[in-house]
Design a protein around this ligand. Sequence first.
Ligand code: SAH
Ligand code: SF4
Length: 363
Amino acid sequence: MNKNINIFKISESKINLLDLNRQDLRYFLTSLGAKSFCTEQIMKWIYNHYCNDFYKMFNISIKIRNKLYEKSYISASEFIEEKISYDGTIKWITSINNQRIETVYIPEKKRSTLCISSQIGCSLKCNFCATGKAGFQRNLKVSEIIAQIWQANKILKEKNITNHVTNIVFMGMGEPLLNLNNVVSALKIILDEYGFGLSKRRITLSTSGIVPALDKLRNTIDVSLAISLHAPNDIIRNLIMPINKKYNISSILNSTLKYLKYSKANRDGVTIEYVMLDGVNDSNENAQQLATLLSNIPSKINLIPWNSFLGSSFLCSNIRRINIFANILRKRGFTAIIRKNRGQDINAACGQLTGSIINPLKK
Ligand code: SAH
Ligand code: SF4
């Protein structure tokens, strides 16, 4: 039996088509009596033309358009606030029932990355992260994940910004692997040629390493992975990431290795994220330990200067220390990149997203 049957039977209310990937949409449309090819036609309207009005979909029969109108709708929550950084980074906020979703657009010369959220808040409480400190509110629906990309592309078009979104990173609020089903369904739409049509190498899922979910992901979808390691051993990781007591470093690296085995998206290796915390994880010895730990993991290491937020007692390692740390890793044969922090002045950098009020969008 199709597992989606329940969605449509139980649903008394109308369905938001942004909640459905191609397979779900086909099932829904067939249940309305539409021909199978109608699925691709409607996806084109939604994701190519950014059309949310069934009556403008002239190549769909009136009969099906009427049924669609009766049973469904297309709605992407609008951004209600916007803040633009001196470096061109834009932070947008959506508000749904007073809960805020944050999305960050980071333009670069050759690409533009959209950093999207998968949850409101996060339950994992990493103590260097403002999102973790703010606590967990809820998982985002597929449509709420998709709406961030849909609205960003639409706004960029309206502003005539030619740097449209070329890359997507799940590095906003939340732990994507704790919202696995919705994230996978959203990924399918992002990858789909009739959806946003991005290649798997341009989509990065960043995770603190929820091992059972990572194991499931391996059998479901291939995208670029970024593992938030942040420590060269379990003692330090336990101190800064409570989730390490459940899934320790070796279990995460084992699961990552299995993912890499079949992954084309990660054929240049997995990204290891390592936040630089002064006096916590940034010594020469820590760098050597990290290199040894990763010696059999094809990987590139992203060193992330820690971004401060109100109420945190950490300090960022100084740039000299970060360079020494990076050079030790390079001497041991790793690619070590020091990540540029973008949008710090508008609290849009890694780990600074809490969903707080910024600057209302003027309509
Ligand atoms: N929950 C996921 C994805 C969101 S966090 C994860 O943890 O991977 C995205 C990245 O920002 C992660 O690598 C996270 O560890 C890092 N990060 C969190 N707080 C930070 C901070 N204050 N400064 C720099 N990086 C931070
Ligand atoms: Fe959650 Fe990631 Fe922040 Fe940890 S770093 S609290 S997993 S959002």
